[in-house]
Design a protein around this ligand. Structure first.
Ligand SMILES: Cc1ncc(COP(=O)(O)O)c(C=O)c1O
Length: 312
């Protein structure tokens, strides 16, 4: 059985344009421009309760910085500063009453004019926090998931700005994910338009080649994942050699280990790609080491990278 996304646990309030409104009242007009044309930007952030009982948002500044970069790519002017938005995210996390949670900021083009241009429609910003378990399942985190190479390609670099988390880009991901699930797999791996490995529908991808950790470079049409960056830094801390280079599809099949990284999926091992067993078919040593270091940083006691944690 393919792993479905975890059930979302509602919280009481959602932040909308500076005010908290009841969860069920956080609505938009049917002529919201973004709903029709997909021009909007969003983020996915997690906060965790750590071993000392305090809660911390993981890599908040980097997420908000990426949101603003996405907005620049999307010609959206977010009507607030990065630090105001960081404060609003923390406030939303605090108000949620959750120990661990997922935060979804979104900036979108609201209603007013219709048609593509609609440059004067106000930009609205909302932030929701909710409980959300392991995106690819608890079992996936422990035992690994099954992935397939998608029939969909990541969009060409001049067709979509993959460096941004832009709403409309995700049609490509949703279709790839649905195709993968419908054919009995947990996740889709997308190639670029030249046939090289890009990323999964909502995660970056890593393989172990010999003793080296390899991932596609940021010049590929991939999201510059914050978990990807975290893993590269953790690998350095652990003395694991890393390389960012083009990856061929065949290297997925012959990899010693393979895993996916993302805020939602954290570090999820992949045990099979296109029905070929990866390594022994169980999460390998490198994956387990990086996974445990990651969890030690987000919810354990590790404070080697204090800048990654915003306590509240
Ligand atoms: C397409 C895509 N790639 C990669 C990632 C991983 O990025 P991050 O680790 O910043 O969550 C995500 C999730 O945000 C994504 O949507």
């Amino acid at each position: 059985m393919a792993a479905a996304a975890p059930t979302l646990a509602k919280t009481e309030k959602i932040w909308m344009n500076g005010d908290f409104v009841a969860w069920d009242d956080a609505k938009v007009h049917i002529l919201t421009h973004t709903l029709h044309y997909g021009l909007g930007v969003f983020e996915g952030i997690r906060f965790y309760r750590r071993a000392d009982g305090r809660r911390a948002v993981f890599r908040l500044d980097e997420h908000i910085d990426r949101l603003f970069r996405s907005a620049t790519m999307a010609t959206i002017h977010i009507p607030m500063t990065e630090s105001d938005l960081c404060r609003a995210v923390v406030e939303t996390a605090k108000n949620s009453g959750l120990t661990d949670g997922y935060i979804r900021p979104v900036a979108y083009v609201s209603s007013g004019a219709m048609g593509l241009f609609a440059i004067s429609n106000p930009i609205h910003v909302a932030i929701a926090a909710y409980g959300w378990g392991a995106y690819l399942g608890e079992d996936g985190l422990k035992r690994g998931i099954r992935a397939r190479v998608s029939s969909y390609c990541r969009l060409h670099v001049n067709s979509a700005f993959s460096k941004g988390k832009i709403c409309g880009n995700y049609v490509n991901s949703v279709l790839a994910k649905r195709e993968a699930m419908a054919s009995g797999y947990d996740e889709a791996i997308l190639l670029d338009t030249n046939g090289y490995v890009a990323e999964a529908s909502g995660e970056n991808i890593f393989i172990i080649d010999g003793k080296r950790l390899v991932t596609p470079p940021l010049t590929q049409p991939i999201l510059p994942g914050i978990t990807r960056d975290t893993v590269l830094q953790l690998a350095k801390d652990l003395g694991i050699e890393t390389e960012e280079r083009l990856l061929m599809r065949s290297e997925l099949y012959t990899a010693g280990e393979l895993f996916l990284t993302g805020t939602a999926a954290e570090i999820t091992p992949v045990r099979e790609v296109d029905d070929r067993k990866i390594g022994s078919g169980e999460p390998g040593e490198f994956t387990k080491k990086l996974q445990s270091s990651f969890f030690e940083h987000v919810r354990g006691k590790e404070t080697r990278h204090p800048g990654w944690l915003t306590f509240f």
